[in-house]
Design a protein around this ligand. Structure first.
Ligand code: GTP
Ligand code: MG
Length: 396
């Protein structure tokens, strides 16, 4: 199968130039369609045994082994929690018999709003976002808690045509997140036409057994008429358990989407303790906040060339009689691929880097609930995106 070219995958063919040209078929009743969309769309609830709708009862043994292996991590986690609970009797709080919980992987091309949607569903920022494609570089779990349900969202890197070894690794992460999943959310932005990149992803999804929800993102950017045409295009693309239009920036239909997803995950005890909203480590969050601040206002290849890693965090000696927690020294390295990029990131007399420090420090201090001294170093790691050794050092 031919992978669409970069231009096809990116803005070009999907961008909305002069409006969507797709005509509504004559037999479609726009009013009726609009009505069902406004109501939050049609979802088929998961069967009570928690299996996907197209689970094949006649799997042969080899298939069964493969399927079991794919499901094992998820199942192991569930079993472990159940057993620990039964044995020790203290890990899990009581949960209702009809409690639902499961993994929801969010996929789509770069820049379609996956991370913004994840944050909106969680209700707090767990993933950084930016107007540049390929912002997310690892699978990020965000947990949505409700009285009778828990959704473990997995925000993934944008699926794209890889140009570098990093790109290949990012796509592998997406495929990994699709291998153990209860529901797939496929994001398609309302302000771009369905293009070859989307169709490629849709074809990949044929292999995935879990129910799929098409989420049309960024509805605030288009008129109702355009949205309806887009929804029809999406509807024609495949078999969806539901199609939900949302706007993550103004919170429209986010609650409705959560309800649809809860109906699709299986009956299960909670998978994460109450109150956990992500499994991102402190250091990862710090590095990501710095990268987000550094991405603001940079163009061309620079966003791709930028990587950030926490080098060291040390606590200062408390001052005599000090009541507040002592200052934390946070040392962070920013890597770029060329010296010319280094100069851009640092800015005139260090002004840009200072700005990056001020903005990210505010977020870091809020997260840690204490004051930090943030020390940023910009280093050149030549062509790190294609250097296996450097990729390894940077955690890819
Ligand atoms: N107007 C509008 N903009 C949105 C919405 N959701 C996301 N955006 C913007 O779209 C851009 C991309 O958002 P992200 O959430 O970073 O997209 P992503 O799909 O996670 O991107 P990658 O991580 O690069 O794959 C950002 O500038 C967001 O502010 C929305 O509902 N409405
Ligand atoms: Mg993202």
């Amino acid at each position: 199968m031919r992978f669409p070219s970069d231009d096809e995958l990116m803005a070009g063919p999907n961008a909305l130039e002069g409006g969507i040209e797709v005509e509504l078929p004559e037999d479609v009743d726009e009013a009726a369609l609009g009505g069902s969309l406004a109501a939050g769309v049609v979802a088929e609830p998961a069967p009570e045994d928690g299996r996907g709708p197209d689970e094949d009862p006649d799997l042969d043994e080899a298939d069964e082994d493969a399927a079991l292996e794919a499901a094992s991590d998820l199942e192991d986690l569930r079993r472990l929690r159940e057993e620990t609970n039964a044995g020790a009797g203290l890990v899990l709080p009581d949960f209702p018999e009809d409690f639902r919980a499961g993994f929801v992987t969010i996929i789509g091309r770069p820049n379609v709003g996956k991370s913004t949607l994840t944050n909106a569903l969680v209700g707090q920022k767990v993933a950084i976002t930016s107007g540049r494609p390929e912002t997310t570089r690892h699978n990020i779990r965000g947990i949505v808690h409700a009285e009778k349900s828990q959704l473990v969202l997995v925000d993934t890197p944008g699926y794209h045509r890889p140009r570098t070894l990093l790109g290949k690794r990012l796509n592998e992460m997406v495929r990994e997140a699709l291998s153990e999943v209860d529901v797939v959310v496929f994001c398609l932005p309302a302000d771009q036409r369905v293009g070859p990149g989307d169709r490629f992803i849709a074809r990949e999804l044929h292999e995935v057994r879990a129910p799929k929800v098409a989420v049309v993102t960024k509805t605030d950017l288009v008129s109702r008429e355009r949205l309806l045409k887009h929804l029809l295009e999406v509807d024609r693309m495949g078999e969806w358990a539901a199609i939900v239009p949302v706007s993550a920036v103004n919170g429209k239909q986010i609650g409705e989407l959560a309800d649809v997803l809860v109906d699709l995950v299986p009956l299960s005890p909670p998978l994460y303790p109450d109150g956990d909203i992500t499994d991102e480590s402190r250091d990862t969050l710090i590095a990501e906040y710095v990268r987000e601040a550094a991405l603001e206002g940079v163009r061309d290849e620079l966003p791709h060339s930028l990587a950030v890693q926490v080098e060291e965090i040390t606590e200062r000696e408390p001052l005599p009689g000090q009541k507040n927690p002592p200052l934390l020294d946070v040392h962070v390295n920013l890597y770029v691929e060329r010296d010319s990029q280094k100069a851009i990131i640092i800015g005139k007399r260090g002004s840009r880097l200072r700005d990056v420090g001020t903005r990210s420090r505010a977020q870091i201090e809020e997260m840690l609930g204490r004051r930090v001294y943030l020390d940023l170093h910009v280093r050149t790691a030549k062509d790190w995106q294609s250097d296996p050794k450097m990729l390894g050092r940077l955690g890819f």
